[in-house]
Design a binder for this molecule. Structure first.
Ligand SMILES: Cc1cc2nc3c(=O)[nH]c(=O)nc-3n(C[C@H](O)[C@H](O)[C@H](O)COP(=O)(O)OP(=O)(O)OC[C@H]3O[C@@H](n4cnc5c(N)ncnc54)[C@H](O)[C@@H]3O)c2cc1C
Length: 94
C-alpha cells in the first residue's frame, strides 16, 4: 500500500503472489504490512480489489500473458473506462 497524501493506493503487485504463477488474489488475502491490512480489509477496498483482479484475469487471458506480466497501464485504462475510481486517473489520461 502506498500513501499518496490524502488517501492510499493499492498497487497491482500486491494482488500477485511472489511464488505462485497464474494466480491473482483479492481482499484480505493480499500482501500488505500489518498496518496497511487494517485499512484495506474493509468491504469497499475488497470490492475494488475483486473487480481489479477479475478484469486483470480477463486481460491476461486476452493478451495471452501471465497475470504477473500484465501491462498495468492496460488494467488502469480498463478500470477507468468501466467507471472505477483510481487515484492515478490523471496519470492514465495524460
Ligand atoms: C464481524 C465482522 C464485521 C465487519 N463489519 C464490517 C463493516 O461494517 N464494514 C466493512 O467495510 N467491513 C466490515 N468487516 C470486514 C469485511 O466484511 C471483510 O474484511 C471483507 O468481507 C473481506 O472480504 P474478502 O473477500 O477478503 O473475504 P470474505 O468476505 O471472508 O470472503 C471469502 C469467501 O471465500 C469463501 N471461502 C473460504 N474458503 C473457501 C474455499 N476453500 N473454497 C471456496 N470458498 C471459500 C468464504 O466462504 C467466503 O465467502 C467486518 C468483518 C467481520 C468479521
Amino acid at each position: 500500500m502506498e500513501w499518496c497524501g490524502d488517501c492510499y493506493d493499492i498497487p497491482y503487485r500486491s494482488l500477485i503472489p511472489e511464488k505462485i504463477e497464474n494466480l491473482i488474489v483479492a481482499g484480505r488475502c493480499i500482501s500488505t504490512t500489518h498496518e496497511a491490512m487494517s485499512a484495506i480489509r474493509v468491504m469497499a477496498p475488497c470490492m475494488a480489489m475483486g473487480e481489479a483482479a477479475g478484469r486483470a484475469a480477463k486481460l491476461a487471458v486476452r493478451q495471452n500473458v501471465l497475470p504477473s506480466q500484465l501491462d498495468v497501464d492496460l488494467l488502469r485504462k480498463e478500470l477507468i473506462e468501466k467507471g472505477a475510481y483510481l487515484n492515478s486517473m490523471e496519470m492514465v489520461q495524460s
